[in-house]
Design a protein around this ligand. Structure first.
Ligand code: ASC
Length: 151
C-alpha cells in the first residue's frame, strides 16, 4: 500500500514539475467538437463586429465591446484541443501541419490571442475610427493561422 501511495505521489509530482500534458478530452472527437464550437462562436461574434466596421451595421460601443470581449475570451481556448493526439483525423479541416510545426502553430495562435486582447481594450474607449486598426489586425491573424494550418 505504502509503495502504491509513493508511486502515485511520484507520478503526480512528475506531471506537475514537468508540465506533462494530461489529456483533457475523453476521445479525439470530443476535442474536435470542442474547438469547432469555439471557432463558431468566434466567427459569429467577429462577424457582428465586421458588419459595424464595414458600415453595414450601426456602431454601438457597448455591444461592440461585448462582442470583442467574447472573442478575446474564446481566443484562449482552442489550442489544447488542436494539439490533442489523433485530432487531425476525422471530421476536421485541421492540417497535420499543426503537429508538424507545433511551434509555428502556437506562435500564430498567440499572435491571434494578443490581437484579440488589443481589440477588446480598444473597444473600451475608442470611437469607431480607433477600433478599425485593431479589428483588421485580428482579421489578419485569423488568415495568417488558417492559411498554413487549415485544409
Ligand atoms: C471569420 C471567419 C474567418 C475569419 C477571416 C478573417 O469570420 O470565419 O475565417 O473571419 O475571414 O480574415
Amino acid at each position: 500500500m505504502k509503495t502504491m501511495i509513493r508511486i502515485v505521489v511520484c507520478a503526480i509530482v512528475v506531471v506537475m514539475v514537468t508540465g506533462v500534458a494530461v489529456a483533457q478530452f475523453a476521445k479525439p472527437e470530443d476535442a474536435i467538437q470542442y474547438r469547432k464550437s469555439v471557432m463558431v462562436l468566434i466567427a459569429q461574434h467577429f462577424k457582428r463586429m465586421g458588419a459595424v466596421v464595414q458600415g453595414k451595421a450601426d456602431f454601438d460601443r457597448a455591444s461592440f465591446a461585448a462582442n470583442a470581449e467574447v472573442v478575446r475570451s474564446m481566443a484562449t481556448l482552442p489550442w489544447d484541443a488542436f494539439l490533442e493526439p489523433g485530432t487531425d483525423k476525422g471530421d476536421t479541416t485541421m492540417s497535420s501541419a499543426v503537429f508538424e510545426k507545433k511551434t509555428d502553430f502556437m506562435q500564430a495562435a498567440k499572435a491571434f490571442e494578443e490581437s484579440t486582447a488589443l481589440l477588446a481594450e480598444a473597444a473600451q474607449g475608442a470611437d469607431l475610427n480607433g477600433i478599425k486598426a485593431p479589428f483588421n489586425a485580428v482579421a489578419q491573424n485569423c488568415k495568417a493561422c488558417h492559411k498554413p494550418f487549415r485544409k
